[in-house]
Design a protein around this ligand. Sequence first.
Ligand SMILES: Cc1ncc(COP(=O)(O)O)c(C=O)c1O
Length: 366
Amino acid sequence: MLYKKEIFNFSASQAMIPDVVLKQIKKDLFNWNNKNISIMEINHRSNYFISIVESTKKYLRELLNIPLDYKIIFCFGGARVQFSIVPINLIKNKFNSADYVNSGYWSNNAINEAKKYCFVNQINAVYKENNVIKVYPMDNWLISNNSSYLHYCPNETVNGIYIDELPNFHNHIVVADCSSIILSRVLDISKFGIIYASTQKNIGLSGLTLLIIRNDLININKSKVIPSAFNYQYLVKYNSMFSTPPTFTWYVVNLILKWLKKQGGLSSIEKINKIKSSILYKIIDNSTIYHNNISSTCRSYTNITFTLSNSNLHELFLKESNNAGFLNLAGHRSVGGIRISLYNSMPLLGVKKLAKFMYNFSTKYS
Ligand SMILES: Cc1ncc(COP(=O)(O)O)c(C=O)c1O
């Protein structure tokens, strides 16, 4: 049997938690901060917990260099919740429209949800040329003049498509679902109106969604129809604690951010992330059995997708990789294939070991 240290979890959802963070959690479960009380028992209104809340926000501001005219809030549930909560908060009435860029699975889901609340002007961002998947430059996106905002997903976790270009649309409010790339690279927050990301990939545990929101967007829909617990205005006013928050998730988020700072912040982590993905793309491109037909200009560096030459090899790859300690490599159920997710906490060692496995597998079966 393999021990935990030899197991590498490449899941696209719940990511690995660094060993130092797991050790800290183990200690704090019984005796948080030498208070002889478990972290799970701490009341969200206590000064103890408020100190965690405030230091979490401080880490985020430092790491992402968040300008002062943006608020940081945490909302209940995952990113899917924002697929409805964004239009509910930003649309003034159902006759308003919003631009939605479709680049894959998650942005398409956001579109279907938004259609319940407003008229959606859909912009297709992805096309195929000579069987290679590409993304149109933002200049070609057909944005409407009178839309309330533009929504897009810079990294399509399921499809492995990444939009590197940053938005620069005058006077347009840009909302970005950054669930699978938040904190993985340096980012100019001022290009965005709202950034949201669920916490289970690069920020810690599931249960919360981080929102970075420009002050002027907090109180757009002034009608009373917004559910109070999801009203951005209330979330800001009550410091994200209008309703009792998942305190344990918040605490883990805090530890992950502290760990990230110790790694040297986002410029260091971005360099490592690019190295990690380039090691694996090289193996894929040099093999005859792995196939990825996404243009190198828009390949995701956090979610690497590929197929194998036939279904027997696919099954064999999953079986042998799992036995070797590389977990959760099956592609999303909607597209199949293989997907390797490389969130911040995946060590370079895990990637090098997987690359070696993939190389040996391809020489054995090609
Ligand atoms: C880009 C993106 N958006 C939205 C979601 C949905 O997130 P959640 O499951 O937290 O609701 C995911 C989940 O993988 C995702 O990757």
